[in-house]
Design a protein around this ligand. Structure first.
Ligand code: FCB
Length: 456
């Protein structure tokens, strides 16, 4: 899919915006998407290794086996981040490197890797912002039911303790899970992601056990790193109905319930949304006494991943044909939805802090400047327009404390393989050489000044 012109976005919001001095500027990645080295130093198999080996599962037949080779190039990558002026770096820790079979024996060499990374970041003046789970479940646990069984949530908490015991003294902020909706829905309902299961009931069980895992891991963070902040990262896709017809409005409510409210409401202490629960016909059989209190344990910050909005229609076969600006993923570019989302979150749920843990765009990256670098002015416009929304939200008193661009590097985009490029930095196919794009130069300026001016 080609991207429509995005130049209209920024020009509708003229101005120069200065962010608070305490605002944290960062960039995000995840383990399986960049590390490679899947057989190094005792790492166990993950569900993504297995899934990528399934014919037809990944668009280009690729995998994260090599990815960006970050596992070996981590020191160069930290130097790159320092050069960009990043203040914080969001990455994930690969559970199969730490506890290769999911439970039981601990692999010290896996912990050593993340210790080197964390210490290297700290030495470079960059805050390490780890996420404990970004989708790469140990395959051994999948073989015993994966997230459909409660034992996986308990294993997750034990793995979290192992990580916290090694790194809890120097990491100031932890995130438990990345996007439990995508883990549960794409992994267990649509089968588009590992482990590739298609079973709605399994998806509901997985969603609950993911949230239980979050609650248990949060407790371990509180015990082992009492002064650290802790939170969870959710993805949000605001939904609008295709028309005012009651059937379309009801369809939008259902999608919103399944994708957005299903996670944020139990975390906010409201339980699972009753309307959605009824429409899904879930008996809540997996909910044990005390679970909802556990899930609602106080978080210090909600991580917000935002990319796009969606349009819901009662006609399930209908495709969204609107002529709107889109990224290379086909996702609509609609920055006001981010501002609207932040307002809605704060008004309805009132979390104490928000961090934009992912926002960014896959773009065609076809234009190059004279020095051969990718001239991705469309990506700059995308980021600037979303930052304008964040700035407005802060101005209204919504405590948004940081922004992490997805992504630092072009990387393995899950079922899409290496086709979509989200990086501020190009990773040359073959050599894996890192070459900053125009957006990286632009973002460097933002990190240094805290000012977002309208891009040209
Ligand atoms: C998010 C994922 C991240 C990346 C971006 C494009 O859903 O958390 O790993 O794939 O989408």
């Amino acid at each position: 899919m080609t991207s429509a012109s995005t130049s209209a976005i920024a020009s509708t919001r003229p101005g120069t915006r200065r962010f608070p001095a305490t605002f944290r500027w960062g960039s995000a990645t995840s383990a399986y998407q960049i590390e490679g080295a899947v057989a190094a130093d005792g790492r166990g198999e993950s569900i993504w290794d297995r899934f990528c080996a399934t014919p037809g599962a990944i668009a280009d037949g690729s995998s994260g086996a090599e990815a960006c080779d970050h596992y070996r190039r981590w020191a160069d990558d930290i130097a790159l981040m320092r050069d960009l002026g990043l203040q914080a770096y969001r990455f994930s820790i690969a559970w199969p490197r730490i506890v290769p079979d999911g439970v039981g024996a601990i692999n010290q060499r896996g912990l050593d890797f993340y210790e080197r990374l964390v210490d290297g970041l700290l030495a470079a003046g960059i805050e390490p912002a780890p996420t404990l789970y970004h989708w790469d479940l140990p395959q051994a646990l999948q073989d015993r039911g994966g997230w459909t069984v409660r034992a996986t949530a308990e294993a997750f908490a034990d793995y979290a303790s192992v990580v916290l015991e090694r790194l809890g003294d120097r990491v100031p902020r932890w995130m438990t899970l990345n996007e439990p909706f995508v883990s549960a829905n794409h992994g267990y309902v649509t089968g588009e992601h590992a482990p590739g299961i298609r079973d709605e009931r399994a998806g509901l069980a997985a969603a609950h056990h993911l949230l239980v895992g979050h609650g248990l891991a949060l407790g371990r963070i509180r015990d082992l790193a009492p002064t650290a902040q802790a939170g969870i990262v959710l993805n949000f896709t605001p939904v609008v109905p295709a028309s005012d017809e009651p059937a379309d409005v009801a369809a939008a409510e259902l999608v919103d319930g399944v994708e957005n409210r299903w996670y944020v409401e139990p975390l906010a202490g409201l339980g699972y949304p009753a309307d959605t629960r009824e429409r899904l016909g879930w008996d809540g059989g997996e909910i044990l006494d005390g679970d909802l209190e556990l899930i609602a344990g106080r978080i210090d910050a909600l991580g917000v991943n935002f990319y796009s909005r969606s349009v819901a229609s009662a006609d399930r076969e209908a495709t969204d044909e609107r002529a709107v600006p889109r990224t290379s993923m086909g996702w609509e570019i609609h920055p006001p939805s981010l501002g609207g989302l932040l307002r809605r979150l704060h008004e309805h749920y009132g979390f104490s802090r928000y961090v934009i843990t992912e926002n960014g765009a896959a773009m065609p990256d076809e234009e190059r400047s004279d020095d051969g670098r990718v001239a991705d002015h469309d990506r700059i416009r995308y980021v600037a327009a979303h930052l304008a929304e964040v700035h407005d939200a802060i101005g209204e008193g919504i405590p948004v404390e940081g922004y992490f661009v997805w992504s630092l590097l072009d990387n393995f985009e899950w079922a899409h393989g290496y086709g979509p490029r989200f990086g501020l930095v190009e990773v040359e196919p073959g050599s894996l050489r890192r070459v900053p794009k125009a957006s990286a130069e632009w973002y460097r300026e933002v990190c240094h000044t805290g000012v977002v001016a309208d891009p040209l």
